[in-house]
Ligand binder design. Sequence first.
Ligand SMILES: *[C@@H]1O[C@H](CO)[C@@H](O)[C@H](O)[C@H]1NC(C)=O
Length: 184
Amino acid sequence: MHLLPVLPVIFIAAVFCSPMPVPCTPVSARSQSLRSSSFSVALETLQKHLNYDFQNIGLLRRAMTHSSYSEENNKALSILGESIIETTASLRLLTKDVDISSKDLNNRVSEISKVETSCAVDGMRLGLQNVVRVSSNTNSSTSSVVCGAFRAIFGAVALDTGKSDDAGDVFWVVHGGAGSALSM
Ligand SMILES: *[C@@H]1O[C@H](CO)[C@@H](O)[C@H](O)[C@H]1NC(C)=O
């Protein structure tokens, strides 16, 4: 029993005493890998904020890639994500009140998925403007970039689990979790 607290100390000492590896990669390759590792760290943090762990992290990587950055981007995932947001919002509104008028339903669903009022706000709150990869001449803080990345997350979750309902649940927690006026 007494040995246990000592073990981490021995371990740390062993790490510090071992010879440090000499960096031998060229500078450009090293800064490239630094950039991609900070992106990986950002993806890990984002998963925690979403309260969802991807089986295929490549899907979240793609969701966080704007079309200005790469051919492999979040455009199509974003379309799926938008329809998931609309479906889950309609389902929840109707579950709550099956007598809701079509006009009210339409208005509330579009409020929840609208670029300026909701989607970009949710995305900004998650800090997506600091995660999403864009080309050097693209502003990652614009509503359309943040919103596209935000929607793509739910397309990515749906592909990851094979179920759009799961993605709707993740959306609802992210959207409502901040005490939004539209949360139910
Ligand atoms: C990027 O876009 C945001 C939001 O539209 C704006 O506030 C900001 O000034 C822009 N930054 C640059 C460098 O254009």
